[in-house]
Design a protein around this ligand. Structure first.
Ligand code: ATP
Ligand code: MG
Ligand code: MG
Ligand code: MG
Length: 561
């Protein structure tokens, strides 16, 4: 491609809204442009990188027998009502109406749509397991869209969904997916960690996040260099001892009041802001307690607690899950309107503090309970969250903290969606069973930004060869010099014949401008055709190392791999 023909609007100035280097460079180097907050156009160079990332993802998905399909971004609200997420997803869900005033959403994710298809089409165990995926635009009305493509409101995701007859089959696919994600990130030359994660708005239990290590990351991870242990700090770990006696000494009061109906009341009690409060509330039911995961950034002002709690029942861990996670038996979680939330929360917190629930065992985690968000830690001195320098829970080495960018997320969903949407199959004995599901997301556009962020240097972007927009940037120093022009044109043809992707800077610009643009754009190899052209000698420079050497045109191709 000739640079005179392509559209690469580079900028010298740092765009004022761009806080981090990947955002600055992607705008300055002409890869993306903002259309509205969190909404971007991919210009030609950005689009090329995106496509290469997509292709790597496709290869890795196809290798594990996941099949590609494509679902609509626009989805009817009915599907979201079936799972309850119409009510629980909160303000991040982009809602709209058609001309007949029928409600729709712009999909932030596709569990509902895919589960409806599978429910309608697959009835027998003989057709399972099945894994499908798509690469598609997602919409989330993020509270704080920022860092360019890292947190957009419209962004590209690869999302995969798997359906199974039994847990072992899900485990198998989960492991394959885990490996495929690792392969993808390695092929993108990313330095990453897979971490134990919190299950977020999707619900479910076994889950890992793939974190690209970067100081600009919004997540904190706790890890040990001496082992594979790594967890999102959201999964904060409490190191105190289980003490059954204390539980017996503090019987639960059951108080029935109808006063605490709004989320503000709960928030006030918990000393947290309403929006934080609704992310995690601890409930006690029938002298037992569970960790209820109330999810999402709800519009708290006009949402009654009841609505949120109704929704939370859908999101809540099942008794089995809770037992596995926090190691204590739980009772049935009923509608909460009859209980006094204040007392419930109080006891739950006390019990957590006293370590009764057993989540304090080494290697176990509370889900989504954060100090100073869900409660004030100094009020509960014996509750301690994992810190840097602590021994790793697996006994190998000490804990370190690092910042990470979440680029991928794999979940074992279990039957949360299949039960809500009635996606069942007939087993070998002709008995109807809910399908067991997994879901697996990877942020395609976020990956583009994460690679830029991790690999860029002080001059601009540095692309790994696997996803570079072009392999070679061919630069002619003086377009008015016929010898240079002839040699550059000859090299250009040669590269094209060998199917080596080349961007030919044939513009009538000063060499300084061309070099600065080339540094910004970050193509792996640069061939500079300048004053030695008459001897058939050019300069070959590698973007990542900055190393350069003069080389005869005959030997050029051999140097490029
Ligand atoms: P985050 O914690 O950053 O908000 P998430 O946990 O809400 O992400 P998931 O629902 O797990 O995201 O979606 C799967 C993947 O989609 C994420 O791992 C991430 O790579 C990508 N992703 C999520 N939200 C965004 C966004 N706003 N902009 C770009 N990519 C995103
Ligand atoms: Mg999110
Ligand atoms: Mg997350
Ligand atoms: Mg996630």
């Amino acid at each position: 491609m000739k640079q005179s023909k392509i559209f690469i609007p580079t900028l010298r100035e740092v765009p004022s809204e761009a806080e981090i280097k990947s955002h600055q460079y992607l705008v300055r180097a002409g890869f993306i442009r903002q259309v509205a907050s969190g909404i971007y156009t991919f210009l030609p160079l950005g689009k090329r990188v995106l496509q290469k990332i997509e292709n790597i993802i496709r290869e890795e998905m196809d290798a594990i027998d996941a099949v590609e399909m494509f679902m609509p971004a626009l989805q009817p609200a009915e599907l979201w009502k079936e799972t309850g997420r119409w009510y629980s997803y909160g303000a991040e869900l982009m809602r709209m109406e058609d001309r007949h005033e029928r409600p729709f959403v712009l999909g932030p994710t596709h569990e509902e749509v895919i589960t409806s298809h599978i429910r309608d089409e697959i009835k027998s165990y003989k057709r399972l397991p099945l894994t499908v995926y798509q690469i598609q635009t997602k919409f989330r009305d993020e509270k704080r869209p920022r860092f360019g493509l890292l947190r957009g409101r419209e962004f590209i995701m690869k999302d995969a969904y798997s359906f199974h007859t039994n847990k072992e089959s899900l485990d198998e696919t989960y492991d394959l997916m885990f490996q495929a994600y690792s392969n993808i990130l390695k092929r993108l030359s990313l330095n990453y960690r897979a971490v134990i994660a919190d299950s977020g708005a999707i619900g479910g239990k076994d889950t890992h996040e793939f974190m690209v290590l970067s100081d600009t990351g919004e997540d904190t991870i706790a890890y040990s260099d001496e082992s594979d242990y790594a967890a999102n700090i959201e999964m904060a770990e409490v190191i105190t001892k289980y003490d059954k006696k204390q539980e017996n000494e503090k019987p639960l009061e059951k108080v029935d009041t109808k006063d605490h109906k709004t989320i503000q009341d709960v928030a006030q009690f918990l000393h947290v802001s309403p929006s934080d409060c609704i992310k995690s509330i601890l409930f006690v039911v029938d002298d037992e307690f569970v960790l209820a995961l109330v999810r999402g950034d709800h519009e708290v002002n006009d949402v009654k607690l009841k609505n949120i709690l109704d929704a939370s029942v859908v999101e809540m861990a099942t008794p089995e899950q809770t037992e596995e996670i926090i190691g204590c038996p739980i009772g049935f979680v009923g509608p909460i309107g009859t209980k006094n939330v204040k007392i419930i929360a109080d006891h739950a917190i006390k019990y957590v503090v006293n370590g009764v629930c057993g989540a304090n065992e080494v290697g176990k985690h509370f889900i989504n309970v954060n100090p100073d968000r869900d409660f004030h830690i100094d009020q509960y001195a014996d509750l301690r969250f994992i810190q840097e320098g602590d021994p790793s829970p697996d006994g190998k080495g000490t804990i370190k903290f690092a910042k990470g960018i979440e680029v991928g997320h794999v979940f074992k969903l279990g039957t949360r969606y299949s039960e809500a949407m009635n996606a069942t199959f007939l087993d070998e004995k002709g008995k109807s069973q809910p399908m067991i599901m997994g879901c697996y997301g990877i942020g395609v556009s976020r990956l583009l930004a994460a690679v830029s962020e991790q690999l860029a240097d002080e001059k601009g972007l540095v692309w790994p060869k696997s996803i570079a927009p072009y392999m070679v940037h061919l630069i002619i120093v003086n377009t008015k010099d016929q010898t240079q022009m002839d040699l550059a044109t000859e090299i250009y043809k040669q590269l094209k014949e060998r199917r080596i992707e080349v961007l030919f800077d044939d513009r009538h610009e000063r060499a300084g401008v061309k070099f600065a643009d080339a540094d910004l754009i970050g193509i792996p190899y640069r061939i500079i055709v300048g004053k030695n052209a008459s001897q058939g000698i050019v300069e070959l420079k590698e973007r990542s190392t900055g190393e350069s050497k003069d080389i005869k045109k005959e030997n050029l191709i051999l140097e490029i791999d």
